[in-house]
Design a protein around this ligand. Structure first.
Ligand code: C2O
Length: 533
């Protein structure tokens, strides 16, 4: 399969949103960007032309990148960015995975407008009755201001980016937002048919609840891994995650809203007002007149903004669908690690010129990740460039003071790695919040999840039969998750919070996976690999 992705020219794409005319940088003049559709086993060749004024890289979120780590697209981890008016061709094979993934810019906050679906069709059918049609639902977030300015302001004040102005469904906030009616996503369904909703949380900084009035779902996959069919009337999805759900068009013919609303357990600061947190779209039965504001649709009741119970019930009740030939869950662990993370207040840094009192610092095991500046970690590893990173990512408990460091954790090829992800509150004033933790390059088994501190006695509760398989796990405020994966892919693999605000703040670390015996080697970088400046 082959795809061309071209960010638009300087000047951007004009768009009318929330009663304002804005200019955004987007791919192929589309928001969301184009859907890239492949079949399992394909080699995907994507030509990325950066015609924006910003350095950019594109990450293929959830793709294993087996022996193609150069194409992972994580800015300064696996590549230097594609400079303005330069190009790079990403080539990788999509083998051994199928379902809904996505792609997004992985440099600064540009992923707010540079994202799209990446759909991998199975070679031999779905493990559920084939749906009549598929409906992609990309949940996003919108700022009235240029997102690069929003991010820079957040860095100068040290407080992170300002709250978004709206959430979106397939690019539009919907008609509950000011002037949101015109671009609202609408989809027609036929009575009695079953649809596959491919739901992607591309929002920048928020987990989301999703419902369709009058309709229920059966979840059949998450993060492009099959799930034992799970009935529910609400879907909860964290940034980075995807959920595939079957939905029967079994309601009385009519018009029904689908709606998404932010979810956050954090109580400091106060929740945002309702109207900036809810996005809508409309589902219309065939034969029913088009939606317009004189003929309203039924609105679903969404859980409240802080409904941790509904979220935990959803996240924790999914179990994997195990099929013959699926990777087995490794029983013995070669390498185990506790990674505790959180956000704290730190003194203003000299470059935070508008900082008033304190800035926000995030870390894993008290190492606040600092991006390298001159060369990507993968290139440094491959060419043996010294003094780019250190291999001293600490264990837990760590030293009490947080330090900024470009530190990695080295593991051997094919090691089975188990990580206890512990969500710690480092600051009373900032409180604890949920952190969706994403691992590049691997899927992991989620063996157990809970609230409070992880206790080693919890090992007896691990699901070693049919755990859910994910690339992003939502670790609740003051809670934990245990993940296990096999490090079968040489390279530098980023693990970070998928709330974008926490990435420049340092909530990240990197696994360095050494080359295995031939042929498990990382090949040299492609000829057009972006040059560093
Ligand atoms: Cu979808 Cu490193 O991210």
């Amino acid at each position: 399969a082959r795809a061309w992705l071209k960010t638009n020219q300087v000047g951007g794409m004009g768009i009318s949103q929330l009663c304002m005319n804005s200019v955004v940088y987007a791919v192929n003049q589309q928001l969301p960007g184009p859907t890239v559709e492949v079949s399992e086993g394909d080699t995907l060749v994507v030509h990325v032309v950066n015609a924006s004024p910003y350095p950019i890289s594109i990450h293929w979120h959830g793709i294993f990148q087996l022996q193609s780590g150069w194409a992972d697209g994580a800015n300064m981890i696996t590549q230097c960015p594609i400079q303005p008016f330069a190009k790079f061709t990403y080539v990788f094979s999509v083998t051994g995975q199928e379902g809904t993934l996505w792609w997004h810019a992985h440099a600064s906050m540009l992923r707010a407008t540079i994202y799209g679906a990446l759909i991998i069709k199975p070679r031999s059918g779905y493990p559920f009755p084939p749906p009549h049609a598929e409906i992609p639902i990309l949940l996003g977030e919108w700022w009235n201001r240029n997102v690069d300015d929003v991010e820079n302001d957040g860095l100068l004040t040290g407080l992170g980016p300002a709250m978004s102005d709206a959430f979106t469904i397939n690019g539009s906030p919907g008609d509950q937002a000011p002037c949101g009616g015109a671009g609202m996503f609408q989809v027609e369904v036929e009575s009695g048919k079953t649809y596959l909703l491919r739901i992607i949380n591309a929002a920048v900084n928020a987990e989301l609840f999703f419902r369709v009035a009058g309709h229920a779902f059966t979840v059949v996959a998450a993060d492009a891994s099959y799930i034992n069919p799970h009935p529910t009337d609400v879907i909860v999805v964290a940034p980075g995650q995807t959920v595939d759900a079957l939905m029967d068009a079994a309601a009385a013919p009519g018009r029904y809203y689908m709606a998404a609303r932010a979810f956050e357990s954090k109580t400091v600061p106060a929740p945002p007002p309702f109207d900036t947190t809810t996005a809508t779209a409309v589902l219309r039965y065939k034969g029913v007149p088009d939606y317009d504001s004189s003929a309203p649709a039924a609105m679903p009741a969404l859980p409240p903004y802080t409904d941790v119970v509904t979220a935990a019930r959803f996240y924790w009740s999914l179990i994997g669908l195990v099929r013959p030939g699926d990777p087995v869950i490794p029983r013995t662990v070669d390498y185990s690690l506790v990674v505790a993370f959180g956000v704290e207040q730190a003194p203003c840094a000299p470059d935070q010129t508008r900082c008033q009192g304190f800035s926000v610092l995030a870390s894993m095991n008290r190492h606040s990740f600092r991006f390298p500046e001159k060369v990507s970690l993968l290139e440094a590893l491959f060419r043996g460039v010294p003094n780019v990173y250190s291999e001293d990512f600490p264990g837990w408990p760590a030293a009490p003071a947080t330090t900024k460091a470009t530190s990695v954790r080295k593991v051997n090829f094919n090691d089975v790695v188990e990580v206890v992800l512990q969500n710690e509150g480092y600051s009373r004033a900032l409180g604890t919040e949920n952190h969706p933790i994403h691992l590049h390059g691997f899927n992991f088994f989620v063996l157990a999840q809970g609230l409070g501190r992880f206790d080693p006695r919890m090992r007896s509760t691990y699901n070693l039969e049919n755990p859910q398989v994910r690339n992003t796990v939502a670790v609740p405020a003051g809670g934990w998750a245990v993940i296990r994966f096999t490090a079968n892919n040489p390279g530098m693999w980023f693990m970070h919070c998928h709330l974008d605000a926490h990435l420049p703040a340092g909530l990240a670390m990197v696994f360095e996976v050494l080359n295995g015996p031939a042929p498990n080697l990382l090949p040299p970088p492609p000829a057009d690999y972006p040059k560093c400046h």
